[in-house]
Ligand binder design. Sequence first.
Ligand SMILES: [Zn+2]
Length: 76
Amino acid sequence: MSASDMKTSVEDPVCRTTFDVADAAAQEEHEGWAYFFCSIECRQKFIRQPAKFASKPTIIAHKTRRSRARSKAGQP
Ligand SMILES: [Zn+2]
């Protein structure tokens, strides 16, 4: 098991897009939680109305490996 298998998915609290934390375009901290955004625009919206979007922490660690890795292996 290599470190590259450990992916952390986060949800953009503004547009609800889920993406890998490594692909986040922007990051912001609010009340001790880290929020990640798909774009600068989403971060700007969050900063203007943090209470509207920060109803729940968005950092979600998906450490369970999904079976879709099978297609990547290329074995029948
Ligand atoms: Zn977004």
